[in-house]
Ligand binder design. Sequence first.
Ligand code: SAJ
Length: 442
Amino acid sequence: NTISVIGLGYIGLPTAAVFASRKIKVVGVDVNQHAVDTINRGEIHIVEPDLDMVVHAAVTEGYLRATTIPEAADAFLIAVPTPFKECPAGTHPVGASPAGEPRHPEPDLSYIEAAARAIAPVLKPGNLVILESTSPVGATEKVADWLAEARPDLTFPQTHGEVSDIRIAHCPERVLPGHVLRELVQNDRVVGGMTAKCSEQACALYKSFVQGECVVTNARTAEMAKLTENSFRDVNIAFANELSMICDKLDINVWELIRLANRHPRVNILQPGPGVGGHCIAVDPWFIVSKTPEEARLIRTAREVNDSKPEWVINKVKLAVAEYLQENPDKTARDVTIACYGLAFKADIDDLRESPALAITQRIAAQHPGSVLAVEPNIKELPLTAGKNLSLETIANATERAVIAVLLVDHKLFKEGGVQKIAEKYVIDTRGLYNDLTHKNW
Ligand code: SAJ
């Protein structure tokens, strides 16, 4: 048996490596020649704990190989990105609703379509095609249509049901970045076949490494299940973020409030933050909104609440600068040094992509005439887009120099006392790190 994994990114590469570690021959396909070359050397081009070891072993033992051109295989797994399309200026990614004309980002299926068209020429009767990419409802049926269009000589489930030559299923990935290798194996897997046999065959494939349960449903439900999971989290984080803004107005410590409310046996409120980052939770809910804009009102509003939080935090920083200047009339804004603690999109990772903490820090640096010190113990240098007055500092240096502290990520290092020394400063605490009830908490 040979498996072909199309797309060797954060999901495709670990999946390919785990199959290969079970001594199944895997051919990985990616349009990025650099990624292909790196993998063929037994190295990796992304950051994920332990992945380097697994890929290195799989390549050296001859079970994993990468290429830019699809080859014949028994099963094809599509794991390419599904971003949303750029929207008209001012509407992306917040999905602002100009009067009477609600707008929202639209999913971009072009990578999936390109992957389907790329494998079509090498498909053979008996093949299984699995879409793993997070997709709007109906995408798996579209994959089937694109394949059928490219291969009129073969039969597909949408027209031939169980007797078709090709089996197609949607099996969304649900792994948490930073724990991918463990979650790939241990999580339950939703398997949504276009027919019962499609599901059966897909289950058999995943059973080669999945220790969790493979739960069978149809393709549309599987698509919606993945979107629902991330929307559930987004809506719940929006609730926490909204509470933090309400409490700020009412002069209540939101962290204490949530701790108290969570003592109720049926209440479990998540934590507020500077906004929602990452590549999934801030994207997937839009896939539901774009299909059913009139019904998905709560999901849309949650997205808007979470996307508005960075701006709210920036405003709090401006207010703190103004307050400081009022209390120190001999100073000008140029003299005010601001420290931003954390740049990653969440705690204890080095991933800066789609990070509200990074966006906030960059915006502050662009607008503030004084120095802005970024503290991010998990990286060695700032991204190229950083402004002139922005520098990467150690906790000690930043704490020493800054008069305003913006706490953006709850890294373990910060929690373990690193930021306790900033007691006398103006603190904008977006993560409840600085938990002194006598201090202002934002
Ligand atoms: N966040 C908060 N408050 C919280 C929890 C999270 O502000 O109480 C923020 C984080 O700081 C971060 C963002 O939300 O900016 C997302 O972080 P996350 O840890 O909730 O999720 P991701 O994006 O790393 O991974 C999610 C996971 N989905 C769910 O937990 C429902 C993961 O299982 C999915 O596989 C992944 O999305 C994906 O690929 O879709």
